[in-house]
Write a new protein. Structure first.
Length: 93
């Protein structure tokens, strides 16, 4: 009895913990991919932007082949990269 209550509590807590993060993500649809791609295009050029564009391209390929799990993985990487601070230029500017 105690274990089932504990398990139900843990399931509810994990749903709350992961809910907002997945709600922020655009999702693996052509509309979500377009919105994400246009947001990345608006960013200043940087190595991080290039990595994000590569991940978006891989997500697009996965959508085309029906691999929604792979698309979600790549879109998650783009989301995490968008939250990263840009690296400082060696020249200090």
């Amino acid at each position: 009895m105690k274990f089932s209550i504990f398990a139900a509590t843990m399931v509810a807590a994990s749903a709350l913990a992961f809910g907002p993060a997945s709600a922020k993500m655009m999702g693996c649809s052509s509309e979500g991919l377009t919105k994400t791609e246009s947001a990345v295009e608006a960013m200043p050029d940087s190595p991080n932007k290039m990595r994000m564009q590569k991940e978006i391209g891989q997500a697009n390929t996965d959508i085309s082949t029906g691999n929604m799990r792979g698309c979600a993985m790549h879109m998650g990487r783009v989301e995490r990269m968008s939250m990263m601070k840009p690296a400082m230029n060696p020249s200090g500017m």
